[in-house]
Design a protein around this ligand. Structure first.
Ligand code: F0G
Length: 457
């Protein structure tokens, strides 16, 4: 008999979580004004709100925490952190930051100016936010295949070379750099291929542009390259990571994802001049250049986490759990973004609840039903998140209404995934009876999804 697959870790510390009753959950979600961000985490049984900062550190990472050097400047923890990034990612210059968006803030303070265009593959919200805040524009050059959830393209994070070249040819003087998000969160945790990175590098060189990689989930991207891209099966994850980053001039990193820590981030780059300029903003916004808003112990845990996250066995366990949930849902006929991404399942809410009008927030409706059904917290990636048009103040309705179920690293077992799947199946079976959603009763002028208050229609 073939031995089944099993996790490449065992558990030596546990955190109790509490089941609630349906009646309790109905009350909690009503008190939360039907906004899942307003729930107390103690009232959530399985929390799939995000995979960011929610992972379980290893025993080695916790022991590194004890070895933190908390000196203000020149701490040994900084050198351990810098050397890990040099070794794994191949960049000479490194600035620690308190999280990913802080890295964006520091780097873009140097590179992005009013009127600029920043082409990329479905920029993450904070990336787009930091570009638009500087009165520049994020131009989405993602391949069209990414927007069809039924299409099983292996690299839906890829940049469309024709779309990119059009921007560079027509407005090259306004482009400070091209940004790759690896994996691409907004399109479903979808990877970018090495071939696409190489081709974009050639275009960037032709037009004399830098490439920045938003590397929050770089290791998951490398895993997909290894298992999906022709000619990469025999390369190690670390070899693939080195090659990926050989195409970049600089990276921003949210260490809360693929460095498996609860807080932290950094910028890494090759160019001393860029490092000197960024160091000025680093000191204003983050802290001295050898700690950047983090404790020495955090830097140690990141260094260790980067090594762990680039081990094949860890990544296989990680991605196969996401696939496990995805395969279960697909077998039930539940519509999800295919193929399954690296960190989350994206349920296609319009196809799940065809009777709910888009004006009544389809993905939010599904997320509320899932919480009441099973105590599972997902997150809406749809019209509430898309916000109002800044000029007309009309609601924007994106092409896709998605409910994201993000899986924290090394936290839940496949039994938890079974609960998620069963909860969704129960809703799926009664989907024809769900005909109404929600209306907004209170909202903030921007980033409304965090605090929005809703009422049942
Ligand atoms: N880039 C990507 C691709 C991200 O997914 C995130 C965060 C950031 C940058 C910003 O990093 O949170 O450390 O400041 N994503 C989280 C999520 C919030 O839930 O997907 P941060």
């Amino acid at each position: 008999m073939e031995l089944p697959f099993a996790e490449s870790f065992r558990i030596k510390m546990v955190e109790p979580i509490r089941r609630t009753t349906r009646a309790e959950r109905e009350q909690f979600i009503r008190e939360a004004k039907f906004n899942l961000f307003n729930l107390k985490s103690a009232n959530v049984f399985i929390d799939l709100l995000t995979d960011s900062g929610t992972g379980a550190m290893s025993d080695r990472q916790w022991s590194e925490m004890m070895l933190g050097d908390e000196s203000y400047a020149g701490a040994s923890s900084f050198f351990k952190f810098r050397d890990a990034i040099r070794d794994i990612m191949g960049f000479e210059y490194v600035l620690p930051c308190h999280q990913g968006r802080a890295a964006e803030n520091v780097l873009f303070s140097v590179l992005v100016k009013e009127g600029h265009l920043v082409p990329g593959n479905s920029h993450f919200d904070t990336t787009k936010g930091h570009i638009e805040f500087r009165k520049a524009k994020a131009v989405d050059c993602t391949i069209d295949e990414a927007f069809d959830t039924t299409l099983a393209h292996p690299f839906k994070g890829n940049i469309d070379l024709v779309k990119l070249e059009k921007v560079l040819a027509e407005n090259g003087d306004r482009v400070p750099f091209i940004i790759f998000t690896i994996t691409c969160n907004s399109s479903g945790g979808q990877p970018v291929s090495l071939a696409n990175m190489k081709a974009v590098r050639q275009l960037a060189d032709k037009y004399g542009k830098k490439i920045v990689m938003d590397s929050a989930r770089f290791a998951e991207n490398a895993y997909f390259i290894k298992v999906r891209e022709d000619g990469c099966q025999n390369k190690s994850i670390r070899e693939i990571v080195k090659e990926m980053f050989s195409y970049a001039d600089a990276i921003t990193m949210s260490a809360k994802k693929d460095a498996i820590v609860n807080i932290g981030g950094f910028i890494a780059m090759r160019d001393k001049d860029l490092f000197d300029k960024a160091s000025v903003f680093e000191i204003i916004y983050e802290g001295y250049i050898t700690y950047g808003g983090l404790a020495g112990r955090d830097l140690n845990a990141i260094a260790r986490g980067l090594y762990e996250a680039t081990e094949f066995d860890y990544l296989e366990t990680r991605v196969r759990q996401v696939e496990y949930l995805g395969n279960k849902l697909m077998a039930m006929g539940i519509p999800i973004q295919q193929p399954v991404g690296g960190h989350a399942i994206f349920v296609d809410a319009k196809r799940f609840l065809p009777n709910v009008r888009k004006e009544e927030f389809v993905a939010q409706t599904l997320a509320v039903h899932l919480y009441v059904e099973a105590g599972v917290r997902g997150v809406e990636i749809g019209a509430i998140l898309a916000d109002r048009d800044p000029v007309t103040r009309e609601n924007r309705y994106p092409e896709l209404e998605l409910m994201r179920l993000a899986i924290p690293r090394r936290v839940y077992t496949n039994n938890h995934m079974d609960v998620v799947a069963a909860g969704l199946k129960n809703i799926w079976d009664r989907r024809s009876t769900i005909k109404t959603g929600f209306k907004i009763v209170r909202e903030a002028p921007i980033m409304r999804h965090f605090t929005v208050e809703l009422e049942k229609i």
